[in-house]
Write a protein that binds this ligand. Structure first.
Ligand code: SF4
Length: 281
């Protein structure tokens, strides 16, 4: 595999106040976490963020909304944002991440210029019911199938460090393999006192082992280390690439701050990797 790292930035274009109860997510209204909440981010601000992401070398820009699923209003907003960003910022692949979605909604996103859809399975089919009781893993799986049917590229991964077993990790990664996504985000739990899940950040060596394991199961997939990178890997962040990751999220996450993009780029280069050039996914 070429020694290059793909950078992706995310924008939380509609934050918080979600009615679901996902135990790892500060955007659930049920957990009352101290986060910023807003219905829709201003489109000019989103365009500015996209320009900054591009200037920092990002090849992808992800439009994320909180909540279980797409509805008509949210779909209209995401499409409006996608068209505006596409118009203003060239060579930046647009990803949408808006929860459960049906085939028709996904096709509408594609027509608006979205190339990829991110919908994470989060964990194994068996373990997911311990993480969320307000919707099912099976509904999530169906959306993943529909993403591909709609002609979008699938971005599908999950989150580790929630008390899942080694068997759960294997089962989860095997399902991902069957779905054959273009990119798999690997998130690592970022504790917050408001959350019902009380786990500590995962040990960095255990987390590196997860990346190695994911790479053996998913040899061709773009493996992205996403949320929880800084708090989990600490001084060993540069080792994630030798372990098999070839993509990271730069800038801020949904509700937590990330490192400065310039620091991450320096870290990647020091580790002996190049920043991947903008491309058509
Ligand atoms: S993960 Fe998504 S559906 Fe679950 S609480 Fe967070 S925003 Fe809501």
């Amino acid at each position: 595999m070429k020694k290059e790292v793909f950078l992706c930035a995310i924008s939380n274009i509609s934050s918080g106040s979600c009615h679901e109860d996902c135990g790892f997510c500060t955007q659930s209204a049920k957990h009352h976490a101290d986060i910023q909440r807003y219905r829709y981010k201003d489109i000019k601000t989103i365009i500015q963020e996209a320009k900054e992401a591009k200037a920092n070398g990002a090849v992808g820009f992800c439009l994320v909304t909180s909540g279980k699923e797409l509805d008509d209003k949210k779909l209209d907003f995401v499409c409006e944002v996608a068209k505006a960003v596409k118009n203003e910022v060239k060579n930046l692949n647009l990803i949408a991440c808006n929860g459960l979605a049906n085939l028709e909604q996904l096709r509408t996103l594609k027509e608006a210029g979205v190339l990829l859809y991110n919908h994470n399975l989060e964990s194994s089919q068996n373990y997911y019911k311990n993480l969320c009781k307000t919707h099912s893993w099976e509904e999530r799986y169906q959306t993943c199938l529909d993403v591909k049917k709609a002609g979008l590229k699938l971005v599908c991964g999950g989150i580790f460090g929630l008390g899942e077993s080694a068997e759960d990790r294997t089962s989860f990664l095997q399902t991902i393999k069957e779905l054959d996504p273009f990119t798999t985000p690997l998130n690592f739990f970022h504790p917050n006192p408001a959350l019902p899940i009380k786990a500590e950040p995962m040990d960095e060596d255990e987390a590196l082992e997860i990346i190695r394991y994911a790479r053996t199961i998913l040899p061709q997939t773009r493996l992205m280390v996403a949320g929880g990178r800084e708090i989990t890997f600490k001084t060993k962040q540069s080792q994630i690439f030798d372990a098999g990751a070839n993509s990271i999220v730069i800038g801020n996450y949904l509700t937590t701050k990330g490192a400065l993009a310039t620091r991450d780029i320096e870290m990647i280069k020091k580790a002996g990797y190049e920043i991947a050039k903008p491309c058509n996914v």
